[in-house]
Design a binder for this molecule. Structure first.
Ligand code: NAP
Length: 462
């Protein structure tokens, strides 16, 4: 009886996971998607707990307590720190897969139940699990800047890494096909996978970490698939496959949005500290007060707001909404240009603007808004930098050359809100700020926008 119930709950969980991914595709249904994912995981846990012959409730209880204690502080990190938080979750997932594989190996070894298929699945699970574990810890450390973010490289690095991986696979192959019981080969498999995870991430710069994290997500999914084969659990195979493929697709999307190739991210040592730009003549920029900004905006017919990482840092999204309300009330057509890698994680801007309850219809993807830019009266850049840097279009020597950008420079007037002339993520100067059509409104985005909103509403009451 409980066997049927378990299979039924796994079936329900699998459907909910698929629906969850489907619904997460659009901000309109994303909330439902999150609930479906949580409900699916709930069904999977309840289903598993229904099998008392394989579950020891004391260990489950202990796991729940430890997981909750670790999870509560992790759930409270700022949105800007979510990439490293996600990396930590992948590290735990990878470690769990590696440990489960090891436990199964020991149990089956003691009972003489190891087969070639079982050992092959365990070897795959353990390699992927442990390399995800140390690789994700490295990625989290680089993003949190606990370890140096610059790529650490040496001669023949890729060759060394490939040889290390080959040695781990050889150890797994020996165990699977020659001698299941040779535990030193198992120890070598574990050690090599752990070291490989560290060496794999070491040459990758901080700039590529979010893409790498998404790729590690994919590896964690694949190790869950292998774990599904080890434990003969269909749900793990389904969930792992969904995880593995969605992580891979996301990495590809991010690479495209940054104009990077996959191999370049993994082997290219991008993000190397660039030679500081020649300390050249200080070029002049035009600055504007909040009152100037308010005047320009209220006299425009069309305004495109381009949010970036600075809006997230300043938590200025609610001020942005107030400005949006004020301007639309006055008949100004206001749209938001959404760059796929604005901020520090995919969907960062969508999440913030949705949190501030800005109507979803006002958000326009980069490719759709760009043709409208030449007819746009004012483009308001709120803490965005790299994603509006025209060098990406024409400067072959620039590290962001080829990255698609929002064509802010094509608008009739550009207003950029940021605190200083400091560069953004890529560490390079932005010629947009020196453009004749550009006005700089210096200051914290929340503060400046608050003043602009006051000035706009003050004008309205005259
Ligand atoms: P950005 O190029 O990092 O620039 C952000 C700007 O915000 C900075 O120039 C900074 O200038 C300003 N700023 C910081 N705090 C501020 C505050 N409190 N108030 C006002 N301005 C503030 O950001 P972006 O244009 O959004 O570009 C994202 C970058 O991240 C791209 O290079 C992208 O490739 C990279 N990236 C993104 C993802 C992703 O998934 N989204 C993943 C990997 C990499 P000041 O210091 O002068 O204020």
């Amino acid at each position: 009886m409980s066997g049927h119930l378990i299979q039924l709950s796994y079936f329900v969980a699998a459907i909910l996971f698929i629906l969850s991914l489907r619904w997460l595709n659009s901000p309109k249904t994303a909330r439902r998607g999150v609930f479906a994912g949580v409900a699916g995981m709930g069904a999977a846990i309840v289903g598993t707990l229904l099998a008392p012959e394989i579950v020891d409730y004391r260990w489950i209880g202990l796991g729940l307590v430890v997981g909750t204690l670790a999870g509560i502080p992790l759930s409270r990190v700022a949105l800007t720190a979510v990439p490293q938080r996600t990396a930590l979750s992948h590290a735990f997932g990878g470690m769990a897969a590696g440990l489960v594989g090891t436990a199964k190996y020991i149990i089956w070894l003691q009972h003489g139940e190891l087969t070639t298929f079982r050992v092959s699945a365990i070897a795959l699970e353990v390699i992927l699990g442990f390399l995800t574990f140390t690789g994700s810890l490295m990625a989290a450390g680089k993003l949190q800047e606990i370890i140096p973010t610059r790529p650490i490289t040496y001669r023949n690095q890729n060759l060394v890494n490939l040889l290390l991986l080959a040695a781990a696979v050889a150890a797994g192959g020996y165990l699977a096909f020659v001698d299941h019981n040779y535990w030193p080969a198992y120890a070598a498999l574990v050690a090599l996978s752990l070291v490989f995870g560290v060496l794999l991430i070491m040459p990758i710069g901080g700039a590529d970490m979010p893409t790498v994290i998404s790729l590690l997500n994919s590896y964690a999914g694949l190790s869950a698939v292998a774990m599904g084969f080890v434990l003969d659990n269909n749900l793990l195979i389904i969930a792992g496959a969904l995880d593995g493929s969605s992580g891979f697709i996301l990495s590809v999307i991010m690479c495209k949005a940054m104009n990077r190739s996959f191999t370049n991210v993994l082997f290219g040592a991008f993000g190397q500290v660039q030679a500081a730009a020649a300390a050249g003549e200080a070029k002049a920029v035009k600055s504007a007060t909040s009152q100037d900004v308010a005047d320009i905006l209220t006299h425009a017919d069309s305004v495109v707001i381009i949010p970036g990482y600075g809006m997230a840092v300043a938590q200025a999204q609610h001020r942005v909404h107030e400005l949006y309300d004020q301007l639309t009330r006055r008949g100004v057509a206001v749209k938001f240009a959404i760059h796929p890698v604005a901020g520090r994680m995919p969907g960062h801007m969508n999440v913030l603007l949705a949190e501030a309850e800005i109507p979803y219809e006002a958000l326009v993807e980069m490719d759709d808004i760009n043709p409208e830019m030449p007819q746009t009266d004012v483009c308001l850049v709120v803490g965005a930098n790299d994603v509006v840097n025209p060098a990406a279009r024409h400067d072959k020597g620039s590290p962001i050359f080829g990255m698609p950008i929002v064509d802010a420079d094509k608008a009739r007037t550009i207003i950029a809100i940021k605190r200083s002339m400091n560069p953004g993520f890529a560490g390079i100067e932005n010629e947009l700020y020196y453009d004749d059509k550009t006005l700089m409104a210096f200051g914290d985005a929340k503060q400046v926008l608050g003043d602009v909103v006051k000035a706009v509403s003050g004008d309205a009451s005259h």
